[in-house]
Design a protein around this ligand. Structure first.
Ligand code: NAP
Length: 492
């Protein structure tokens, strides 16, 4: 067989091994009515395979299964839940190669980046396998000296998880891991574009001994129609959503009806600040990571580069040189550093933002256009001379585009960085300790990368403020989202 034929055979074999049905109550089954929906390779636009197109009654059955499985899972031994997560962690790590190929096929990112996401995703299972056996309440003497205060932590109940396409595995494991550790059951709806990684994960959890009904997976073309009734159903006790602010807002409204406990990991518009005292080469390397990880399709992607006037020109040129060298192509090819965007809509939105900036006088140092041919490729782009009203400064780009703007003072940098309705993450490059603290304290964000271009870490609380949402995923904070605190006032 030729190398290309071997590669294709490898791709076919992994695609064949993925379950394509719905997982409900421990059984894999077709969607009611037998409908399916296609999963596309964004590098070619071709259909990879079809998965079940879940309907409203399938969604109801999935919630019923999660509800039924809850009492036994709630009462299961923490050590048993811990062991399930640990076995699943081991299996994901062992199967990294096939999972990475699968992720690249459906999402497009280079295989090396898929491998990195798989390690990140697996780490949530390891972290929460360790937390499962460390859920504690407290016991104190009442401040009056009479009576006692006892608190107990209890799993909240059946959860709904809705995840996006940009990190097909990690956005699931950082909800599923703490939920299992806490003793919750769940219905997971992955994004329409990337259901395969989640279906494979469900199979791995099954093989790791997760009881039927604890995790139910619903793939569906109609997210709104299938999920809204579940959000309004009193059997649901928690909704955790990762996706756009626009959809998050709708889901919060729907959740209000039964005052559902909600976590929202929404959009971002991350500023990347470079001060005149920064190590410029380190800042360029950090910028490359903060901008180009996941091809710019990350909520944490640096969206706006604010650089001190004295170094803005040099920074932009170095960044443009580095971005211009990145090889663009199908994520399975050797040496490729930038894959396609997820679909044509996403690429058109990126192109629109660049064209708008150029129309208002921006200067394109590198890139600035779609790449012709099959798939949804866009050239890595660096722009300077950005007009203050250019849309690229206020809207989430979600693509490989870096607008660079100069600033004159620390106050101006902070004001510009905070001039957004989003508040997920900011990146700050400075070697001045006092300035580092001042700027970190002044940032209206949930996270800050200080002299580093990445913040994602299974042991740390990931999340935003303002319209980037609320709730935290990862670290000891992450499991609290799945626990209720009950207080017992004791008369002793
Ligand atoms: P999206 O359009 O909001 O979709 C996210 C998920 O919501 C998908 O599963 C989608 O299903 C589902 N959905 C869409 N409309 C729905 C509705 N009316 N009711 C119920 N579910 C619905 O976002 P996206 O384009 O996939 O993802 C990109 C966004 O996610 C960006 O804004 C990014 O910043 C954000 N994100 C945030 C974080 C974070 O942690 N803060 C992490 C990653 C991504 P379908 O696919 O079927 O439409």
């Amino acid at each position: 067989m030729t190398m290309a034929a071997t590669e294709t055979a490898g791709e076919q074999s992994i695609l064949q091994s993925v379950p394509k049905q719905l997982l409900i109550g421990g059984a894999w089954r077709d969607a009611s009515g037998g409908g399916t929906l296609p999963v596309e390779d964004p590098a070619t636009g071709e259909t990879l395979c079809e998965v079940a197109d879940g309907q409203v009654d399938d969604a109801q059955a999935a919630l019923a299964a999660a509800h039924e499985a809850f009492p036994a899972f709630r009462d299961s031994a923490p050590r048993e839940r811990s062991d399930i997560l640990r076995r699943a962690y081991d299996a994901i790590v062992e199967r990294t190669d096939e999972l990475a190929l699968l992720m690249t096929l459906e999402m497009g990112k280079p295989v090396a980046e898929s491998r990195a996401e798989i390690a990140y995703a697996a780490n949530f299972f390891r972290w929460y396998s360790e937390e499962a056996v460390r859920v504690n309440g407290r016991f104190t003497i009442n401040e009056t000296g009479v009576g006692r205060v006892l608190t107990m932590k209890q799993p909240i109940g059946p959860c709904l998880f809705i995840t996006p396409w940009n990190f097909p595995l990690a956005m699931g494991t950082r909800k599923i891991g703490p939920a299992i550790a806490a003793g919750c059951t769940m219905v997971v709806k992955p994004a329409r574009q990337t259901p395969l990684s989640m279906l494979m994960l469900a199979r791995i959890l099954e093989q790791a001994g997760l009881p039927g009904g604890v995790l139910n997976v619903l793939t569906a073309r109609s997210s709104g129609a299938t999920m809204e009734p579940l959000i309004r159903d009193p059997r649901t006790r928690k909704l955790s959503f990762t996706g756009s602010t626009e959809v998050g807002r709708k889901l919060i409204e729907q959740s209000a009806e039964q005052v559902l406990k909600v976590s929202m990991e929404l959009g971002g518009n991350a500023p990347f600040l470079v001060f005149e005292d920064a190590d410029l080469d380190a800042a360029v390397q950090g910028a490359l990571l903060a901008k180009m990880r996941n091809g710019g399709e990350a909520c944490t992607s640096a969206n706006r580069f604010h650089v001190h006037d004295s170094v803005a020109g040099a920074f932009a040129e170095k960044l443009a040189a580095a971005m211009g060298e990145l090889k663009v192509g199908r994520g399975t090819e050797d040496g490729v550093k930038v894959g396609p965007l997820i679909d044509d809509d996403q690429r058109s939105k990126v192109a629109e933002l660049v064209d708008d900036a150029v129309g208002r006088g921006a200067n394109v140092l590198v890139g600035g256009a779609r790449i012709d041919g099959a798939g949804y490729f866009y050239a890595p782009t660096v722009m300077t001379d950005i007009a203050p009203d250019a849309r690229v400064l206020s809207e989430e780009i979600f693509g490989p585009v870096a607008p660079v703007q100069g600033f004159a003072s620390e106050e101006q940098a902070i004001a510009r960085a905070n001039d957004t309705e989003y508040g997920l993450v900011a990146y700050v490059y400075t070697r001045d300790l006092g300035r580092a603290f001042r700027v970190c304290e002044a940032q209206e964000t949930g996270m800050i990368g200080l002299n580093q271009g990445m913040v994602s870490n299974d042991g740390a609380p990931f999340g935003g403020v303002k319209e980037s949402g609320f709730g935290r995923e990862g670290g000891p904070e992450g499991i609290e989202e799945y626990l209720e605190t009950k207080y017992v006032a004791m008369n002793v």
